[in-house]
Design a protein around this ligand. Structure first.
Ligand code: SF4
Length: 368
């Protein structure tokens, strides 16, 4: 039965996918289906020390950087203050807090943490979040795999959190494949994190990284997996379909990077599987020039767009100007609207948003 479903979906022709997507979107009200969202954010990259070595990763401290400043043991307090001041000038509502996985296990990071009077990395993250919340900016942390207790500890400091499922195929862990040296990417760990976030009622962003050695059947399985976890806990607010983009100096150098047509197909298939239950996001800097085709494939959201910080994962892929994106959306009959890192439907959903975060949200005007 499951095999049948996978075969049916993977054999769907491009036009058929588009038709089905349109049918699914029609189930929404006209107002709901005409809005495409984005979040005005900035990124605080706290540390790029990471216990994994994913073949496609440029961010990890082990990959040589053009600018030595780009390797961060622990972001300095004065840098954090300066980023926040700039973010306030640009009226950013969200801070994406990112790091490599378990940076606190490195001696260099431990020493820095000690200098800042932090017992561990999580305490440091909480301090950064507190400073952001005091500045009326909503944190969204994506720090790699976290334990149940760590997630519980971070929940009240974050409006939402993120962890990409990426891909659960064990083929990716074989010799020479992208996750060969990435124990933190083992499916059981990622699934546990996503499930624990559900148990803790944390609004979660997850997603797939496509074009890293998987096949379409793996993607279909992973989308069903996300849907099933969400069915149980109702906490997944969006699924990102993120395409691998070629970069210099990293180990993974496929002869043919994933084609944009394939990313479009995957996005449409994601809409068919997830229906209208979970938003679908594509990073606009990675699909530039094809935005209108993605709108046809049922995308709801263009994610965090920063007016002044880089996409640290793909630093050469510049964020779009909101005005340009707005025009593309308008030309296709959509309205581009700013949203917060926590989707509206989770703000008042019992147990999903702490009172301290709600108070800040109450005072944010998205029309500013
Ligand atoms: S876990 Fe993230 S930061 Fe670490 S190597 Fe993999 S992609 Fe890079």
């Amino acid at each position: 039965m499951r095999e049948n479903k996978i075969t049916q979906l993977k054999n769907l022709k491009f036009n058929k996918i588009r038709e089905k997507v349109k049918e699914i979107k029609t189930e929404l009200s006209e107002q709901e289906r005409s809005v495409i969202t984005y979040s005005r954010n900035f990124t605080l990259s706290l540390s790029n020390y990471c216990v994994n070595q994913c073949g496609y990763c440029y961010y990890n401290y082990k990959i040589p950087k053009l600018n030595s400043e780009d390797n961060v043991i622990l972001l300095r307090n004065e840098q954090i203050v300066s980023y926040i001041q700039e973010a306030l000038q640009y009226n950013c509502k969200e801070a994406l807090i990112m790091s490599g996985e378990r940076p606190g296990s490195f001696q260099e990071v431990k020493e820095e943490l000690k200098k800042r009077n932090c017992s561990d990395f999580i305490e440091y993250v909480k301090n950064v979040c507190t400073y952001l919340l005091d500045s009326k900016i909503l944190p969204h942390s994506n720090l790699g795999f976290l334990t149940y207790d760590e997630l519980m500890d971070l929940k009240k400091y974050n409006a939402s959190m993120g962890l990409m499922l990426e891909g659960t195929s064990m083929k990716l862990f074989k010799k020479g494949e992208v996750h060969e040296h990435s124990p933190g990417k083992l499916p059981k760990k990622r699934i546990k994190h996503i499930t624990d976030a559900g148990k803790l009622k944390i609004p979660l962003t997850t997603g797939l990284l496509v074009g890293i050695g998987e096949v379409i059947a793996d993607i279909i399985e992973d989308l069903h997996l996300i849907k099933n976890i969400h069915k149980k806990y109702g906490h997944i607010q969006e699924v990102i379909i993120q395409n691998f983009v070629r970069k210099d100096k990293i180990p993974y150098q496929p002869k043919k990077p994933i084609a944009i047509e394939e990313v479009l197909r995957i996005t449409g298939i994601a809409r068919i599987i997830l229906e209208n239950e979970i938003a679908i996001q594509v990073p606009p800097n990675l699909i530039a020039g094809f935005e209108k085709h993605f709108l046809d494939m049922g995308v709801d959201d263009f994610g965090g767009i920063s007016p002044f910080t880089l996409d640290y994962i793909n630093p050469k892929k510049i964020w779009p100007q909101i005005d340009n994106l707005n025009k593309i959306c308008n030309d296709k009959g959509f309205t581009l609207k700013e949203r917060l890192p926590i989707y509206d439907k989770f703000v008042n959903k019992e147990g999903f948003c702490s009172e301290n975060i709600k108070k800040i949200i109450d005072n944010i005007n998205l029309d500013d």
